[in-house]
Ligand binder design. Structure first.
Ligand code: SF4
Length: 473
């Protein structure tokens, strides 16, 4: 039987889709990348961004013909939109067989059995699951890749006024440390070299359950052989502990990049968003991070046009962006979410103003990104090779480029053949020291250090040590 999963949205959804595939393998389903071949189509949805529901319903509309041609085809909708809309999905799209929420993954095989037995449609948006059964998603080594995401906690207790996560993903719940370690060990055995630990607010990891804190979890992950780099996202500024900040200096494998969403630069807007920190408190966190880890790359998220945001508020946001000098950022125009309190806030900002502010903000950041990338020209960066890069016409005849990322999460392209001396060709998973020669808007170009070797996966831990010493020096 063939399974086709269409995933919309964030990395957490990508991870959940892998979890789903793993559970359904045991039922005899194999994944296909051709929708027309599927016996089961699952749509894993996201409600965070604008027009999420419309996207889901228009996708489902396009499946009507397929279902008419093959009535035995099972169609299911899961994720945040399923959690938010529940049974309403069935009344809008009667040929849907299954609606499952964000905490129904362990029950999914049983739900599909019910549909197969002709007892559908079924709806399960119960949120009582505690993640106790969240299995280690260890893929076949052939599919493992070099970099993987691992969810360490789900849900959120912060209730920012614009956000639906606490309503559709439930309260913060952490996985037991040993299940995370076992999963990452399995990934390392399958050839993975870099893991990104995921959670809506990783800084709260383990607090409710009495597990170790997040800094200790990072340390335990760093002891796993074969894993060379560790990243994490996302951090809430109010919960970013001094202990976690010093971890950037102490843990060799922890990459020198932090994503710290601020959302706005005005205290008035931050208060109305219910972010629970001030602009000054945020800037103090940034100062401490940079003191502990000079040169660390800092990125963030912004929302423009939150209800009541004045021109002066927006200028304060631009000022904060100039002050911090981010390496990169994600910015969005505010839009109402059905379950979020801000949907009822008056003083909505017009679309035209939101569009104009977003344009100003992105233009400012483009200059920042270019400048921060330019700061790396002339430095030597250790690059974890991920794949062959895209050939540039200007480099015709120079050989195929390789692409990978620095510790600071910058994409670097380089051509191995132009480097002097012998040495083993790079391959995905190897580490290469590259002198940065050119900064582009979204990537860097460099040349491997003369005579350098690329480092084999088996030598990865030693290479990480030398990389850390270099950074410290
Ligand atoms: S911290 Fe705020 S924005 Fe982030 S998931 Fe929680 S409620 Fe949403």
């Amino acid at each position: 039987m063939n399974l086709y999963i269409h995933t919309i949205g964030c990395q957490m959804n990508v991870y959940d889709s892998e979890q789903i595939a793993l559970r359904l393998q045991a039922m005899g389903y194999q994944q296909t990348d051709r929708q027309g071949n599927a016996d089961l189509i699952l749509l894993n949805t996201c409600a965070i961004r604008d027009k999420a529901e419309q996207k889901v319903f228009s996708y489902l509309g396009r499946l009507a013909e397929l279902k008419a041609q093959k009535p035995s085809l099972i169609i299911g909708v899961g994720g945040c939109v399923a959690q938010q809309e529940g049974r309403k999905i069935l009344s809008r799209v009667p040929f849907v067989d299954l609606v499952f929420g964000t905490r129904s993954l362990d029950r999914l095989p049983a739900l599909i059995h019910t549909v197969q037995a002709g007892k559908g449609p079924v709806v399960d948006v119960d949120m009582t699951d505690t993640l106790g059964g969240l299995a280690a998603a260890i893929p076949e080594s052939a599919q493992a890749g070099i970099c993987r995401f691992v969810t360490v906690m789900r849900g959120c207790d912060n209730y920012c006024n614009y956000c639906v996560v606490p309503y559709v993903r439930g309260a913060e719940t952490s996985r037991a440390p040993q299940t995370i370690i076992d999963e990452i060990q399995g990934l390392a055995n399958a050839g993975v070299r870099e893991v990104t630990l995921l959670g809506q607010n990783v800084n709260s990891y383990g607090k409710k359950e009495g597990f170790c804190d997040f800094a200790e979890l990072l340390e335990r992950v760093s002891h796993i052989d074969g894993i060379c780099r560790i990243r994490f996202t996302t951090s809430h500024p109010k919960d970013l502990s001094d202990r976690l900040i010093t971890t950037f200096a102490d843990l060799e494998k922890l990459c020198h990049h932090i994503h710290l969403p601020v959302q706005a630069g005005s205290d008035t807007v931050l208060r109305r968003m219910n972010r629970k920190y001030t602009r000054d408190a945020y800037l103090e966190r940034i100062r401490r991070i940079r003191a502990a880890c000079p040169g660390i790359a800092v990125t963030s998220d912004f929302i423009v046009g939150f209800p009541g945001e004045t021109d002066d508020d927006f200028q304060q946001t631009l000022d904060l962006i100039r002050t911090v000098g981010y390496d990169g950022l994600f910015a969005f125009k505010y839009s109402d979410r059905p379950l979020a309190p801000a949907a009822k806030f008056p003083e909505k900002v017009s679309e035209a103003v939101k569009k104009d502010r977003l344009g100003q903000l992105l233009a400012l950041q483009e200059k920042n990104t270019f400048r921060r990338n330019g700061d790396l020209v002339g430095t030597v960066q250790t690059v974890l090779v991920e794949r062959r890069g895209r050939r540039l016409p200007a480099l015709e005849g120079e050989g195929d480029p390789w692409t990978g990322r620095t510790s600071g999460n910058k994409v670097v392209n380089f051509i191995w053949d132009v480097r002097g001396g012998a040495g083993t060709e790079p391959a995905p998973g190897r580490l290469v020291d590259v002198t940065i020669q050119r900064a582009l808007a979204h990537s860097l170009w460099g040349m491997p250090v003369t005579g350098t070797e690329s480092t084999a996966p088996g030598e990865v831990d030693a290479a990480c040590g030398s990389f850390a010493q270099k950074m410290a020096g």
